[in-house]
Structures are given as structure tokens and as C-alpha cells.
Design a protein around this ligand. Sequence first.
Ligand SMILES: [Zn+2]
Length: 489
Amino acid sequence: MINKKINQLIIYGLEHNLLKEDDKYYAVNRILTILNLKKFNWEEIESTNFSEIIQGIIDFALKNKIITHDSITERDAFEARIVDCLIPRPSELNKIFRNYYKKAPRYATDFLHKFSIDTNYIKVNRIKKNIQYKYQGKYADLILAINLSKPEKDPMDIKKQNQDNSKYPICPLCMENVGSYQTPSLAPRSNHRVVSISLDNEKDAWGIQYSPYAYFNEHMIVLRKEHSDMYVNEKTFSELIDFINKFPHYLIGSNAGLPIVGGSILSHHHFQGGRFDFPIESARVIKKYKKNRVNIEVLDWPMATIRFSGNNENRILDMVNQVYQYWQTYTNEEIMVFAKTNEEHNTVTPIVKLNGSNYNFYMILRNNYTTKEFPYGLFHTKPERFHIKKENIGLIEVMGMAILPGRLMEELELIKDVLNQEKKISDDDLLLKHSKWIEELQSKNINEDIDIYLRDDIGRIFENMLEDANVFKFGDINNFLDFVEKAIY
Ligand SMILES: [Zn+2]
């Protein structure tokens, strides 16, 4: 039985180009060692789907006490270790990637993306279970995604996590993860590979990998090899533009570099990109300016967004830097924008994508000022909306795609039971945080399909969250236009 599974796995590896004919004996022997087996017979056999093969091998390992806990974490870690026996070493993978890249950047990313799926590093079967739908919002059709595979984090925990430098690897983005067997807090990485790239004249200082959570098509992580703090400044903007020069078929962006308004890992400089059209790209234009042959557009978007476009990267960068510098010191007490108190508060979320031969550079103004009343941030989701999502409004949300916690799936079912009068709010602790929302829903006469109604209402709440993060929300559009006009002249 196990002999058959190993045969099938080897055929799978050969058929998906993970393994070369010359390496198959070597791969078999590595697998035998892990499984404590002494012999192996080649069988004339057809391969089957990956999941069936690998689950059979994992079951064998459990039965024979090679692994001891039948948990998803342990199974995943062991799976990655077996897959690692089939696949090239990092340097070989780099070579293959470069050969494709010479033909066309698109071939290279297609190869790496397919490799990440075939090795089950991107767990497509699990991602398929995530829910994704559109909400027709005021500004654009927003995308709502309920993610079942990634745990929800409290912004305060994120702050703490970013300060712990004693772990090995220090963080999930570190190069030390490549080939590493699981650690309790990190996902399995035995089959993890990172491909080297150069950005902004720093040769091979960067690595690319696909996100195992795949929030959108070809969701890529671009990371600095060295573990060092995120920065969002003039250098970042050059790095982003250079990435687009090298991978013109992708979009690329960085989370803001400050806590609360940034992403979940501020301790390791990285970007996120992919091949996807985000809602922000279809935003209407409120006002258009032109300066030094760069178009500057103020967008009708729930967060303060400026789009710079033109075909000359240096002109774009000059204008972007000018506005960024102006924003860094911009204070307007009347509308509660403070550039600095004890620490800096103004930053931006930058995103770049090509539109034909034109660069489109999106700059979203951010501020992480907190008050006694709003310890999570004045320009953060209002606490009354935390029952849907408490996490930072990061790069992906800014672009109009909500990544909502998986817990909502179960909670929505319970909420439906309450609305159908089959349950009371007090029946389940999970319902408590939603009580105000449920009472609001109960007071309405909902005639349409309840599932659709709830999904739309979550869309509306997400749109409100983005508005909460708008740095000009205490003023009006004239404050924003006034800022832009002063910044560009
Ligand atoms: Zn790191």
C-alpha cells in the first residue's frame, strides 16, 4: 500500500515537472528514510490526485508513529517535508526561474505560481472554501472575502509580535524559513522556496514567493532578504516602480510603515503584489491637475487617495516624493490631523500598476494618531464595527477588498437563527459582540433573501470602515483639494 503511494507520488512529481528523471532514485530514498522503510519496488501504475496520495502517506506515518499528533498543523508540516524530497533546491529553482525570465517575465511568474500550486504550498483546495462576493458600493463594486484559512489577529497583539526578536526564524517572512520544519507559531516551510530578484540596484537583495493564503490572483510577497523594519519613503517608491519595470504584468504595493495603519508584519520590509484588478482602479475622478507632465488625480474613494500617472518614471517619482514630503509635515488641527506628537503619525499606502505604457501610482494618505477615546486609532475602524473586523485596514482593504475573519461564517448562521426567532442573543457567547447589529436588523422589515441581505450589510459596514480611515473625514473634500493643490505647487 505505502509502496504504491510512493510510486504515485514519484509519478506525480515527474508529470508536474517537480522532479527530473535523474533525481527519482534519490527522491525515493529520501522518502524511505523519513518513513523508516527498508525497501521499495517500482510499480507500473498511474498517478492519482495529489491530495489522495499525500493523505495516504500521512496516514501511514501516523499509524507507524513517525508523527504523533493527528492535527492539521502536524499533517501539513509532514506533508511539506515529504514534498521537499521531490522538489529542486533553492539555487536550482532560481536557475529555472531565470531561464524563463529571459524569455518573458510572465513565463517566469507563471512557472513559479504553478510550482507553488503543484507543491501544495498554495493550498488551492482549502482556499476554494473561502467565500468571495461583490457589494455594489457608493464608490465602486467592493470585494468581500471571508477567509477561512488565516487566524484573525488583534492589532495590539501585532504590535507585541513585532517586538520579539528571540525566535528562529524571527518572523514568517525571514529567509530562514526556507526548508524549515514547522515551529509552533509558523506554518510548515520544508517545501518553501524563495526566488532572488534585484530591485533598485541592490543585486539579489530581494526574494519573491507566493502567499500561501492567496487572497487574490497570483498574490505575491516581495521581501527584503534581511530582516529589517519596514520603511515607507522615497526609497520604497523607487523600489515599487522598479518592481513594475521588472514585472510589468503585476500590481505592487506596500502597507503603510506605521502601526495601526500598516499591515501585520512591520518588522520585515516587504511588498505585496499580484495579477489582479482591484476596485480602487475603477474609482471616479473628482479633480484632475497636471504638473511637469504628470497627471495628478484626486479620486472619489472612501480614503484620501491621489493617483499620479504618466510615462516617465522619474517625473512620477519627483511628484510623488514632493507630495509625500508635504504630507509628512501636514498638520490641520481643525480636522484633527496631527503630523507629529511624541512620534510621527503621517504615512501613506503606496501602490503601482502599469496602464499601457503609463505608470499609475496610487498614494493613500494615512495617519495613526490615537486618543484616549480611540486607542486603536482615530483614523481606524470605529469600535462599533469591530464585531465584523478589528484588524488594521491594510493594503488589500485600502484597494477595496475586505479580508474578513473565518469566524463570521459560523456567526452569520447563528445570527440568522436569531432573526428567524429560533435563538436568542443570550443563547450563544459568539452572538454577544453582534448584539447591537442584530437589534438593528430585527427592527428592519427584511423582505429579501436573508443571506443576501446580511452579505450586503457587511459590504456596507466595510465601506464605512474605509471611510473611518479617511484622514479628511472630520473636514470635507475642500480640505483634501486644498492639501493637494498646496502639495503639488
Ligand atoms: Zn523577518
